[in-house]
Design a protein around this ligand. Structure first.
Ligand SMILES: Cc1cc2nc3c(=O)[nH]c(=O)nc-3n(C[C@H](O)[C@H](O)[C@H](O)COP(=O)(O)OP(=O)(O)OC[C@H]3O[C@@H](n4cnc5c(N)ncnc54)[C@H](O)[C@@H]3O)c2cc1C
Length: 364
């Protein structure tokens, strides 16, 4: 019998375990277990995060983990029109991604076992791994896009996208492509020699075309799933965090900051449940993370819905119409890379209303 169990030692699970380990927590006598199926740390993603990462770690750690800082980028249309983004201070950092994962795991104790089944009862959960069975008072599913814990909480399946990237020769290019031939419903990027895209359609076909257009011959390709949508994230004493909970930004597919945010919320709620001895308080987890992230996820899903139905010609028209306004409003991104929908409200209202009216069929 364990007090707290976490399935998955990715960003979300490791960070939660790291917070729970803090001696100031007053749960020293509680037994905590972290399950992880993969001892090897693989390169998981591009590691592009907003400067909000500074809220989660001290200055020294941040300095060690940041590879690059970005304050300029270009958004490229299908016919190569360009919107230039420029901010005074960096608006995103590129993390040393493997080092970041290693750092998080080095701070916690991990049981390398694969969870094969999760059963949720009124006051505890049963976790069956490839080696043993565990009874757990509070269970946290941080087991990523294909979460086994999620299946025990809800039947609703998130919409899955494929993320693919390769590392090519290093260059200084920082481009985001909006082009239906690269990705019919998401974005493609070329950032410091990394070429990637996210799509819900034929990833192989789109990616080959994108790489050919960029003149890149990949040596090694990395790929993963990106879940999006809004799903139930708690049942009885079991909650979900990170990709398992679809806490991902629908506009960029980024989930690191949202995972850290959700882990921090889960940490507070779990501590208060143990302090009060009342685990019905876990319902506050869902309420709290909704308060912080749900509005932006909803807005992002709406933007994606419209974008998915736009043609390449319409994207080019959008660049003509809104390009100068976006360039002017770009400084807003400096502190809002995790809330990109804020940029929309900086657009001239009349133009925005005209755009919404023109595309209203795509929105409803
Ligand atoms: C191609 C690509 C590029 C991306 N780029 C970015 C980016 O630039 N910036 C950004 O913010 N986000 C990015 N993301 C998203 C980001 O990777 C995720 O949002 C983030 O890693 C989520 O962390 P997590 O801890 O929830 O899940 P994960 O990192 O997937 O961790 C889940 C962990 O659970 C373990 N696990 C799973 N099942 C079991 C089981 N049954 N038993 C035991 N252990 C299990 C896994 O081995 C894994 O270690 C990208 C994603 C992809 C696919």
């Amino acid at each position: 019998m364990y007090d707290i169990g976490i399935i998955g030692a990715g960003v979300a699970g490791s960070y939660l375990a790291y917070l729970l380990k803090n001696k100031k927590n007053n749960i020293k006598d509680k037994k905590i277990i972290v399950f992880e199926k993969s001892p090897k740390i693989k390169l998981k993603d591009s590691g592009i995060v907003s400067t909000a990462i500074e809220k989660f770690f001290d200055k020294k750690t941040i300095k060690k983990l940041i590879d690059k800082k970005i304050r300029t980028a270009e958004i490229v249309s299908p016919s190569r029109k360009i919107i230039k983004i420029k901010t005074k201070k960096p608006f995103v950092y590129v993390l040393k991604r493997k080092k970041f994962a290693k750092f998080l795991r080095s701070k916690i104790k991990i049981k390398y076992e694969t969870v094969e089944e999760v059963k949720i009862y009124d006051n505890f959960s049963l976790v069956k791994t490839d080696k043993d069975k565990y009874f757990i008072k509070v269970l946290v599913g941080a087991d990523g896009a294909n979460s086994i814990t999620r299946k025990a909480i809800t039947n609703k399946k998130p919409k899955m996208y494929f993320g693919i990237f390769t590392k090519s020769l290093k260059n200084k290019e920082k481009k985001i492509f909006l082009n239906k031939l690269y990705s019919p419903d998401f974005i493609a990027w070329s950032i410091f020699g990394e070429y990637g895209l996210v799509t819900g359609f034929s990833p192989k076909k789109n990616y080959s075309y994108f790489l050919a257009e960029q003149n890149v011959k990949p040596k090694k390709i990395y790929a993963g799933l990106i879940p999006t949508g809004l799903i139930k994230t708690r049942r009885n004493n079991c909650i979900l965090i990170g990709d398992a909970a679809c806490q991902v930004k629908p506009i960029t597919g980024g989930g690191i900051i949202y995972s850290l945010t959700a882990a921090a919320i889960a940490h507070k709620v779990i501590l208060s449940c143990f302090a009060l001895g009342d685990f019905s308080g876990l319902k506050n987890y869902e309420r709290e993370w909704h308060k912080k992230l749900k509005k932006e996820i909803r807005a992002g899903l709406l933007v994606r819905k419209v974008y998915r139905q736009m043609s390449n010609n319409e994207i080019d028209d959008f660049f003509d119409e809104f390009g100068p306004d976006i360039e002017q409003a770009a400084p807003v991104i400096e502190n809002n890379y995790d809330n990109l929908s804020k940029l929309i409200w900086k657009m001239p209202k009349l133009k925005l209303i005209k755009f919404i009216l023109k595309h209203w069929r795509k929105i409803i």
